[in-house]
Design a protein around this ligand. Structure first.
Ligand code: C5P
Length: 415
């Protein structure tokens, strides 16, 4: 299954945090269009400009198209108070420098940190990509060529340059790639395509177990982790069904969302689709008990105490695991004590393939989480990071484990 370019871009760039570095060169006039297109594909863009870039395009233009303040000074007190350069380097999912001058390439290679952009490139752990743009003679120059090769050896991506007529009147290699080409190349940095053709079901959010028409029992759950996994699975090319309890989150594009309220509804929605499922992520904080009787009218507060008889709800993950032809199952365990011990018990008792364990205080409600993933006799820890980043790492891990278990090579199917 091959993904068309437009779908690939939209799947891979949704909510990605991109630093666009702009250096001095006439191609900087195209950077505004590049920002617009990255944003159209769902990315959030922050622009960092060198002093020379400002000779070619104004910070005001870049601010207007990106919707964010432009960063241009390593020593700007105001900017450091809002988002310091270390934080900005950490914020980025990718740094794209477009256009990248020959000077910028040389400075990056030497590891210089004499302006904000080069400093960020040293700070970040995110991939870095350069779109060189310069006169054809400068690009052909032996030193520039050696620099480009050395940067690639260090893992920096070089996009282009393209060939054609240049602003100076020359013709040859040195033109910055067109914004649409650059957007596709940045998207491909995130695309593994390794879940292409795979059908994934994710349960997410809490359930509401009614007591009467206005009251219900629930669990604290924002649904953010499940939705982030849906987004990451889409980026990996999967077909995703998200069975979600009541949450206040936007459904990621291309996801087939089924809204449910109770544990029983979540169970029914999952079981009716489970035969068409390769990987099941049980992320939901399903209510373990429900009221045995649901009062048809609002219960009046007359008595000083009030007894509620509760009964167990069906365990969705365990029921899926008991099926003769079961999908690969990833469970979640949010614990307040003995996190790893309890998670291990759930992994075994429910017969899951993998379990993602976290302490309740770390994960609940916020945008970040720190987890330990356990399977068989193995475990791997992920330190505190954004749930969206964590979701991508979990997908990578599941791809590897799924491939081992099912003896199936999941390779990129994207062209
Ligand atoms: O609630 P508990 O800690 O047992 O949850 C562990 C795992 O089991 C989670 O993956 C959760 O989504 C799943 N679960 C379920 N159905 C339930 C209760 C939990 O699928 N009724």
């Amino acid at each position: 299954m091959f993904l068309p370019l437009g779908v690939l871009m939209e799947r891979c760039l949704l909510n990605k945090q991109i630093i666009l570095g702009v250096t001095g060169g006439i191609a900087a006039y195209k950077s505004a269009d590049l920002v617009r297109r990255l944003r159209e594909a769902g990315a959030c863009v922050r622009v960092v400009m060198t002093e020379n870039a400002k000779q070619f395009i104004t910070p005001l233009t870049m601010q207007a198209v990106s919707g964010n303040p432009v960063h241009d000074d390593l020593f700007d007190l105001k900017a450091e108070a809002a988002m310091g350069h270390i934080e900005l380097g950490r914020w980025a999912d990718v740094i794209l420098i477009a256009p990248s001058s020959a000077d910028c390439m040389a400075r990056l290679l030497r590891g210089e940190a004499n302006d904000l952009l080069t400093t960020l490139c040293l700070v970040t752990k995110a991939p870095i990509a350069l779109a060189p743009a310069m006169n054809q003679g400068m690009w052909k120059n032996k030193t520039t060529q050696e620099n480009a090769q050395a940067l690639q050896k260090k893992g920096i991506h070089i996009f282009g340059p393209g060939e054609g007529s240049q602003a100076c009147g020359d013709t040859g290699f040195g033109r910055m790639l067109e914004p649409v080409e650059l957007v596709a190349k940045v998207a491909s940095l995130f695309e593994t395509g390794r879940l292409s053709g795979k059908r994934i079901i994710i349960t997410a959010g809490p359930t509401h177990e009614p007591i009467d028409p206005v009251r219900f029992i629930t669990n604290g759950s924002s649904g953010k982790m499940g939705y982030a996994i849906a987004e990451a699975a889409i980026a990996a090319g999967a077909q995703v069904t998200l069975i979600s309890g009541p949450v206040h989150l936007e459904t990621p594009p291309h996801v087939n969302k089924i809204a449910v309220t109770t544990a029983q509804e979540m169970f029914d929605a999952a079981m009716s689709r489970i035969r068409e499922c390769d990987i099941f992520f049980s992320v939901a904080a399903v209510g373990d008990y429900r009221s045995k009787v649901i009062a048809p009218q609002k219960i009046a507060k007359t008595a000083s105490t009030f007894m509620l008889e509760l009964e167990r709800t069906p365990d969705i993950a365990a029921t899926v695991a008991a099926l003769p032809e079961r999908p690969f199952i990833v469970g979640f365990a949010a614990e307040t004590e003995n996190v790893l011990g309890n998670a291990k018990k759930k992994l075994m008792n429910k017969k899951l393939d993998m379990i993602v364990a976290n302490e309740v205080v770390t994960g609940m409600g916020g945008d970040d989480n720190a987890v330990t993933v356990l399977w068989k006799d193995e475990q791997v820890e992920f330190s505190k990071m954004e749930k969206r980043k964590l979701a991508r790492k979990l997908i990578e891990l599941v791809v590897v484990q799924y491939s081992c278990e099912r003896n199936e090579v999941l390779d990129s199917a994207v062209r």
